[in-house]
Design a protein around this ligand. Structure first.
Ligand SMILES: Cc1cc2nc3c(=O)[nH]c(=O)nc-3n(C[C@H](O)[C@H](O)[C@H](O)COP(=O)(O)OP(=O)(O)OC[C@H]3O[C@@H](n4cnc5c(N)ncnc54)[C@H](O)[C@@H]3O)c2cc1C
Ligand code: FES
Length: 319
């Protein structure tokens, strides 16, 4: 009988992307935001021209890589680039963290996918981003600002070391409320505290956009519900094809079943069934842990092979 660790030992090591090889998409800039979060600016002029706030792409790092959905966190039509902000949480995103350096190519990027956010006629809006959700809410804040709305940004992080894109938000927000769990930057508290403060100070808020972990988006929707303020959230269910064919990204919104990849990812936060979303997100936890373990062992084997080449194995007596 073969144990799972025996099976893992015989698996091939990951294939790195080859800089400048083939029709790949060059990574032209990378910023390491924290130990686990990094941004990649990728050259893709057509994507940069077509992208709208709220859309996402499906990325393949290398030819054998898994396809992962990532929000278009920024796009620059003059530079012909799109920016992705990635949190290394599992096998593929950790592999991206390791392999995607400036000068390498992404193997593929499909998109822009999803329905662009509706930048409506609200005169005062609050854009709330929690943790990694700060990045995807940025294009919406900028789009509202360009449309002439008064934009109040509420950004939440665990501590001051994790704060990113504060300057970018200050450029497009009329007011910015920074929140940290430990009070090391801005006010001490969760984004819901910042949101409540914004609603107290601005009774004319007509729309709230909230992006972050499901529990955070749900809490924001509950904070606005008593006020009857339109609240848009961006859902991140597991996606496979991203084109409405597989059903993987099914979400419940009100009494309807919707596919987040083609009907969203933006939905009415007051109608989303967050419990269903959380339960579906956890369905493959065992397989995800196994894939990470598998990849980790492959990396260790590759490192050992390099070390064996550099330091010849001892020979002779006493070896
Ligand atoms: C529309 C959309 C936009 C997203 N934008 C971003 C982003 O801008 N930055 C970012 O870091 N992450 C984003 N995500 C989440 C990202 O796709 C997952 O973190 C990634 O797929 C995890 O893959 P993994 O192999 O590293 O981790 P795994 O160990 O495979 O998974 C870790 C967790 O990520 C989620 N996940 C796994 N596979 C998928 C999948 N195919 N689709 C969606 N979620 C998955 C699950 O909740 C899982 O528990 C987005 C997801 C969606 C649906
Ligand atoms: S990802 Fe397959 S239907 Fe949405």
């Amino acid at each position: 009988m073969t144990s799972s660790s025996d099976a893992l030992r015989s698996d091939p090591a990951p294939t790195p992307p080859i800089p400048g090889a083939g029709p790949g998409l060059p990574v032209v800039d990378r910023v390491d935001i924290s130990d686990v979060t990094f941004s990649l600016e990728v050259l893709h002029p057509q994507m940069a021209r077509a992208a709208r706030a709220g859309q996402f792409v499906i990325v393949m790092t290398h030819p054998e890589g898994e396809r992962v959905p990532l929000t278009i966190a920024d796009f620059d039509r003059d530079r012909g680039t799109v920016t992705l902000v990635v949190q290394a949480v599992g096998k593929t995103t950790r592999e991206m963290q390791q392999l995607c350096q400036v000068g390498t190519d992404l193997h593929g990027m499909a998109g822009p996918l999803g329905v662009p956010s509706t930048i409506g006629s609200a005169r005062t809006v609050v854009c709330v981003g929690g943790g990694l959700g700060v990045a995807p809410v940025y294009p919406q804040a900028r789009a509202f600002h360009e449309r002439g709305a008064t934009v109040i940004g509420v950004l939440g992080f665990r501590n001051a070391d994790l704060v990113f894109w504060e300057d970018k938000f200050r450029e497009v927000c009329d007011e910015l409320i920074l929140c940290t769990d430990d009070g090391s930057a801005g006010i001490q508290g969760l984004v819901t505290d910042g949101l409540r403060l914004a609603l107290e100070q601005h009774p004319d808020v007509a729309e709230v956009v909230a992006i972050g972990p499901p529990v955070m988006m749900q809490a924001c929707a509950e904070a606005t519900r008593p006020h009857g303020i339109k609240t848009v959230v961006s859902l991140n269910p597991i996606m496979v094809d991203g084109t409405g064919m597989c059903g993987g990204c099914r979400v419940r919104v009100g009494d309807q079943v919707r596919f987040a990849c083609v009907d969203g990812p933006d939905f009415d936060g007051h109608a989303v069934d967050f419990a269903d979303l959380r339960s579906r997100l956890g369905r493959y936890r065992g397989e995800e842990a196994q894939a990470l373990d598998h990849w980790y062992h492959a990396c260790r084997r590759a490192e050992n092979a390099v070390a064996d080449d550099l330091i010849p194995a001892p020979t002779g007596q006493g070896a």
